[in-house]
Write a new protein. Structure first.
Length: 67
């Protein structure tokens, strides 16, 4: 899946036999930056771009307990 996202030709790279379908995988022409896992990125359909998942939620702060 990561290879598809970055635009690799997975049919040739992995010698995939598509049988009679012969349809090329859809490529999304957006840069996604560096990532180690698919769980780190999110595709924003409104903006049509990949963003880091941490940028989709508010930063959580842990406050020290009052003594």
């Amino acid at each position: 899946m990561q290879d598809l996202i970055i635009g690799e030709n997975v049919v040739e790279k992995y010698n995939v036999d598509l049988g009679e379908a012969k349809q090329d995988p859809m490529k999304i022409p957006n840069k996604i930056g560096d990532f180690k896992s698919l769980f780190e990125i999110y595709f924003d359909q409104d903006e049509m771009k990949w963003i880091n998942w941490f940028n989709t939620v508010e930063r959580y702060h842990v406050y020290k307990a009052m003594s």
